[in-house]
Design a protein around this ligand. Structure first.
Ligand SMILES: N[C@@H](CCC(=O)N[C@@H](CS)C(=O)NCC(=O)O)C(=O)O
Length: 331
């Protein structure tokens, strides 16, 4: 464990030292990166102390962090989405559509992508504020230090599943969304996404150096980074997350990360049990959660492998078609 952390740390320091030609600069950037890549714990309000460097590679912070960055992936799907006529969005009645929706996000965060899948499917127009994960300046006004944050007509909503529940209540006030029974199918699979599927991401997208670089290439191209940050974060982040992902494999008892991803995909297809969607002829919140989380990785190496080696492709294509074009308002 400690050895992996040490390796990761020195790999990162070396990369930074090389990139910036000096130890002091490297130290400063290490600090920035630690905050960006390993997530500042909300409890500390984002502050960082030198001694906590290694602890960032251990325990629960690894989970939060890796999801943050791990999450930070590709939303290529938007650009490649298919438009079939067969499946359609489900826009709510006009009078129930919120007027002003703003999503504070990291483009590739899986939790943010879950929220976006919901907004896109229900055709709710939204603006996006891309948060810089280093400074988090864009969400300084909020006590909540994570993304997604969704502002809906001036009201702050936090935590992806809660955001989706509350938004669902607003656009379908007659529908019960209290998860009356904790074991209803939709709730069960939404939980599976948060507790299982998300943990498959990091070990797969940072599996080896080329996949880690592919992931960070996307992250830095789509994220809100300054010019120097972009270069530093790409190489140092890829190096560090490679080691962190190995640690996560241990934490979640994953021996073969691809096999685990394929197994999750097959588990999902089995859950569909021959239906077009978990929701039947239309997607439900379970479908939207799985789709949202997978969307950032779909066109990375791991997502392509998943589609090639499992039966998930047909459902995924139906989801692309149903969710359709993004309802994001381009600035
Ligand atoms: N349970 C939360 C998790 C949100 C979360 O962990 N977000 C990550 C980004 S994917 C984050 O903001 N981490 C803190 C950080 O980047 O400092 C949700 O479902 O919204």
């Amino acid at each position: 464990m400690r050895r992996a952390s040490t390796l990761a740390s020195s790999a990162l320091s070396r990369t930074l030292a090389t990139a910036h030609g000096g130890g002091n600069s490297a130290a400063a950037h290490s600090r920035l990166l630690q905050v960006a890549l390993f997530g500042s714990n909300s409890s500390t309000g984002g502050s960082y102390t030198r001694g906590r460097w290694f602890s960032s590679f251990t325990g629960s912070s690894v989970r939060a962090v890796s999801l943050g960055v791990a999450g930070a992936l590709v939303s290529v799907a938007a650009a490649t989405s298919l438009s079939h006529d067969v499946y359609a969005k489900e826009p709510p009645p006009t009078e129930l559509v919120p007027k002003d929706v703003v999503l504070y996000q990291y483009e590739a965060c899986p939790f943010c992508n879950k929220v976006k899948a919901f907004l896109d499917y229900y055709d709710i127009p939204y603006k996006v504020v891309e948060v810089n994960p280093l400074s988090k300046n864009e969400i300084k006004w909020s006590e909540y230090k994570k993304v997604p944050i969704l502002m809906v007509d001036g009201e702050q909503l936090i935590d992806s599943s809660a955001i989706i529940d509350q938004l669902g209540q607003k656009i379908h006030p007659d529908k019960r969304v209290d998860s009356a029974s904790d074991d209803d199918e939709e709730t069960k699979w939404r939980r599976w996404v948060d507790n299982h599927l998300v943990h498959m991401l990091s070990p797969n997208i940072y599996r080896n150096t080329s996949e880690a670089l592919e992931s960070f290439d996307y992250i830095t191209s789509n994220g809100n980074f300054g010019f120097t940050e972009k270069i530093t974060v790409k190489y140092a982040g890829a190096a560090a997350m490679y080691f962190v992902s190995k640690k996560l494999k241990k934490k979640y008892n994953i021996t073969d990360e691809r096999a685990a991803l394929y197994e999750a995909a097959e588990t999902w297809v089995d859950a569909l049990d021959g239906r077009e969607f978990l929701g039947g002829s239309k997607p439900n919140l379970g479908d939207l959660a799985v789709f949202g989380v997978l969307r950032p990785i779909r066109y990375l190496r791991s997502g392509k492998d998943m589609v090639e080696h499992t039966r998930i492709g047909d459902w995924y294509t139906r989801m692309e078609s149903a969710v359709g074009e993004s309802s994001r308002i381009k600035a």
